[in-house]
Design a protein around this ligand. Structure first.
Ligand code: GLA
Length: 382
């Protein structure tokens, strides 16, 4: 949604002028390529039409003051004395300022108002959206050239080292570099990417299970470690370098759990490239089947799904117009994603909402998503 109308009056109220700069950065949903980014592999996410927005103006000093409408809370910090203030939304701003300054950028201060409609905690990357919006804000007031890959890398650094969450590069890259109407086919090693158009007759639907398990961080780190150990076993830098045949030739030397984990990553990388071909050919049936296989692999081999996600995926597949569905994001709750015939979208959504509520007693959130543009300034008169 366009949140300019929400931000502008609040900005005017506080600063007595219309905002000279408005920036936004989107959340994301991953179509396919799960738990492959930290293995130097391939991913195919798209930015969603839900974003973090900031209306701002430059300050002459080195203070940053931001009011969050979502948290009804303000934060102020000096770019000369960056210190963590604990947890919460403002750490993303401090972290990005820290990462940019560490990389040698000379930053100006600014003041503004922030609001977002990326649901927090459901796996749609509200944190990456906040980081990229902050980076865009700093870039605008400090006259930095916007280089999407560099900015995504620095925002990931903020998340890893300042906030302390060990994520890969996918979320920041798609928030930084997405194109409207397209998915982003990204090589997470070289960070080269291609925008692949989404055929007009297909809709991407995000299905929030309304569940989130607390163990996600430790399980994520454990999976990463398992992948690194296996790459080491094969004598390569990352699992990206192990192809199916090499893996199969030596699979019996691995213990069963390690073997399953590696099989997911290696087969998922192949599925991403197959999905890109299917998308280019407009072959929704094949694309859907690839998503279904990905879900089975995440559920049985990588073991990051959960009951709510499995129920959601099973219901979706049987719903009108659905070509395929799978869990998306880190897992252990959060969202599934489905590819649905555009004409059947309302029927699909009401069917899934009803059945999921019947089977789980939970009310799902269903988002019919448009592929949005990556982080950008909207108007800049200064
Ligand atoms: C989270 C991380 C991403 C990626 C996914 C799993 O969303 O932030 O970097 O690893 O999990 O594909």
């Amino acid at each position: 949604m366009d949140l300019r109308a929400t931000l502008t009056p609040v900005f005017e109220d506080r600063f007595g002028t219309i905002p000279p700069i408005i920036v936004r950065a989107p959340g994301r949903v991953n179509i396919i390529g799960e738990h492959t980014d930290y293995n130097d592999g391939f991913v195919l996410p798209m930015a969603i039409d839900r974003a973090v927005w900031i209306a701002l103006r430059r300050r002459r000093d080195r203070q940053v003051t931001v009011h969050s409408l979502d948290y009804s809370e303000s934060t102020t910090f000096s770019l000369d004395r960056l210190r963590s203030a604990g947890k919460g939304w403002s750490e993303y701003l401090r972290g990005v300022a820290w990462a940019l300054q560490t990389a040698g950028y000379a930053l100006a201060g600014w003041e503004g108002v922030m609001v977002g409609d990326v649901p927090v905690g459901s796996g749609l990357s509200s944190s990456a959206a906040t980081e990229l919006a902050a980076a865009r804000a700093f870039a605008s007031v400090s006259d930095l050239e916007w280089e999407a890959v560099t900015m995504a890398r620095l925002c990931q650094k903020a998340e890893n080292e300042w906030v302390g969450v060990n994520c890969g590069i996918m979320d920041q890259m798609v928030s930084a570099a997405a194109r409207a109407g397209h998915t982003l086919f990204l090589d997470c090693r070289s960070l080269t990417f291609e925008h692949i158009p989404i055929p007009a007759d297909l809709s991407v639907v995000v299905l929030d299970t309304a569940t989130r398990r607390g163990l996600v961080d430790s399980a994520y780190n454990e999976r990463r470690a398992q992948c690194e150990t296996t790459a080491h076993f094969f004598g390569v830098h990352a699992l990206r370098d192990v192809d199916k045949h090499t893996f199969e030739a030596r699979a019996s030397e691995l213990d069963p759990l390690t073997c399953r984990r590696a099989r997911h990553v290696i087969s998922e990388n192949d599925r991403v490239t197959q999905a890109v071909v299917a998308l280019r050919d407009g072959d929704a049936a094949t694309l859907g089947a690839i998503l279904d296989t990905s879900h089975a692999s995440l559920r049985d081999d990588f073991e990051v799904s959960c009951q709510a996600l499995n129920i959601m995926v099973d219901i979706s597949r049987l719903a009108p117009g659905c070509f395929g569905a799978r869990m998306t994001g880190a897992g252990f709750g959060g969202c599934a994603v489905a590819i649905v015939h555009a004409e059947k979208i309302q029927e699909f959504a009401s069917h899934v909402a009803r059945k999921y509520a019947q089977q789980t007693g939970l009310t799902p959130n269903i988002y019919i998503c448009q592929a949005a543009e990556g982080a950008g300034p909207l108007l800049s008169s200064s």
